[in-house]
Design a protein around this ligand. Structure first.
Ligand code: PLP
Length: 407
């Protein structure tokens, strides 16, 4: 099904507002695409059914069964293509299933994968729980100083990155990694959840696949689990399509609708997250007992120069070190916060805090600090209120914790 209004042009914000608009029927159309729920797709005749099957076989994204999605799904796919570029977007039930789909679609027993060491931690569980059993080998590298190219073997089939990295937001030179991948004929996939298309478009920088946890900023309201895999070329899309089909991956029309509703306001939400997070990060830098603050938009951040070159902005994620503190001390601070809810995930409108497990930091080559790390997701509350909350929590941390902070 093609509608001329789906192919909106113009700047990113314009395209995100207009992508997937429903077509006029008898001269009128709603603003929003209807939530079209169905399992069975009815065909007007067996001849019409044959035609749809033939078009699907030829690679066209047309539904002959509910598992392939409805017009609601098509509209969300169009919005994600507007965000990320690429030829085809595949919807899956979570960000983690988008990652698993990418690995399972592209890899066979005996293949080798290079993964950046700051990767979203459940990728390591995917490795231990499934990929090793399938005879697929992963190497974790910090891609600085040619280490990534040095890790390439004859059977390396995939380079999998995430930039900025999870927890400490290491920025990698993705265009340079793409050149290495191309030189060795290796597929490059990258987790773009941090930038969510709005701050960086990896397919434009030479990646073959962009993986999104749409659960986060795309949906943006902490009310839906959703993932997407976006392919830059038809050849890569065909490989993802084959696995997506037989793994039976699909999402409900209601969730597609929620994500579509969320994505319309992504540009304004992201700008406000950056505004608030920048204030919070700069304030944290001035606080006694607070060590390194990780936020790529800060000039002191190790990734700042690359971030400035490649990214259009930053999001709401800020991590910081409580100098000399242990996890217990960090937990006291988290417990004392009132506006920052204690919880995993991020990308919704609300502020969150998590105490980062020390063993997670040890996975990162860049980690070289003494202290515990708190990760904030700075939400859309008033920035001064958030700073006041952090100030009282840092002050109220009990004596034992302050002692630990004092080192
Ligand atoms: C949260 C997250 C995921 C997983 O998304 P879910 O929808 O929670 O499964 C993947 N990658 C990154 C970088 C994430 O932060």
């Amino acid at each position: 099904m093609t509608h001329d209004v789906r192919q909106a042009s113009g700047a990113l914000a314009t395209r995100i507002v207009h992508a997937g608009s429903p077509p006029f029927v008898n001269g009128t159309a709603p603003v929003n695409v209807p939530v079209e729920r169905t399992s069975t797709v009815r065909h007007a005749s067996t001849a019409a059914q044959h035609e749809v099957h033939a078009r699907r076989k030829a690679g066209e994204n047309v539904a002959s069964y509910g598992r392939h999605g409805s017009q609601t799904h098509r509209a969300l796919e169009d919005a994600l293509l507007a965000l990320e570029g690429g030829v085809r977007a595949f919807l899956v039930p979570s960000g983690l299933s988008a990652i698993s789909l990418t690995f399972l679609a592209l890899l066979s027993p005996g293949d080798h994968v290079i993964v950046t060491d700051s990767i979203y931690a459940p990728v390591r569980r995917l490795d231990a729980a499934l990929l090793q059993r399938l005879g697929i080998e992963l190497s974790y590298v910090a891609p600085a100083d040619g280490q990534l190219e040095a890790a390439i073997r004859p059977h390396t089939r995939l380079i999998y990155t995430e930039s900025p990295g999870s927890l400490l937001y290491e920025i990698y030179d993705l265009p340079a990694i793409a050149r290495v991948a191309r030189r060795h004929d290796i597929v490059l996939a990258t987790d773009n959840t941090w930038a969510s298309g709005i701050l960086f478009r990896p397919l434009d920088a030479g990646a073959d696949i962009s993986v999104l946890a749409a659960t986060k900023y795309v949906a943006g309201h902490s009310d839906v689990m959703l993932g997407a895999v976006i392919a830059r070329t038809d050849a890569v899309a065909a490989r993802i399509a084959a696995a997506h089909d037989v793994l039976g991956l699909t999402i409900g029309a209601d969730d597609a609708y929620l994500a579509l509703r969320g994505v319309r306001t992504l540009p304004v939400r992201m700008a406000q997250h950056q505004h608030n997070a920048t204030h919070v990060a700069q304030w944290l830098q001035t606080q006694p007992g607070v060590g390194r603050v990780y936020y790529p938009a800060l000039p002191e951040d190790p990734g700042h120069a690359l971030w400035k070159r490649d990214f259009k902005g930053a999001n709401g994620l800020v991590s910081f070190v409580l100098e000399g503190a242990d996890v217990r001390a960090a937990e006291h601070v988290a417990d004392a916060l009132r506006l920052f809810a204690i919880g995993a995930s991020w990308g919704g409108y609300e502020s969150l805090v998590t105490v980062v497990a020390p063993e997670r930091l040890d996975d990162h080559a860049q980690w070289n600090q003494a202290g515990a790390v708190l990760r904030l997701h700075v939400g859309l509350e008033d920035a001064d209120d958030l700073i006041a909350d952090l100030a009282q929590a840092l002050q109220r941390a009990p004596a034992a914790a302050l002692h630990a902070i004092g080192g």
